[in-house]
Design a protein around this ligand. Sequence first.
Ligand SMILES: [Zn+2]
Length: 135
Amino acid sequence: MKTPSRIKLSSSMADKLRKTSFRKWYERQLMTSHVHMLLAFLSVIGLLASMEAFRDASVAEKVMDVVFVIICAAVGLWALRRYLFLLMHAEEIANQATCSACGEYGRFRVVGPERVGDEVEVCCRKCNHQWLIAG
Ligand SMILES: [Zn+2]
């Protein structure tokens, strides 16, 4: 029986870094995380609107408002969690993106296969210094 393969975030990151530059990957991570922040903000607005509509509503409408509050709270919490995860992951990688030999920031290419411990070997485009980035 074949077991399902485990999806690793870092292998996804390594593949994306192979296809595009670090700066474009980083920009995309930030944009995606901020879209999640916008979704969390809209969920708060929906939650407050549902609570406001609860006041002068009939029993059926109150039940519907409670359902909307629960849905908005769940979506908002998921979006906030996703926003923080994507932002922190991007910052974690960005903090390792400076070449220790020449100080160049974010100009590297992935050269090695993914290693144990979710590390990826990268090479500076300016001075060819190699180091590991843990994702
Ligand atoms: Zn360098």
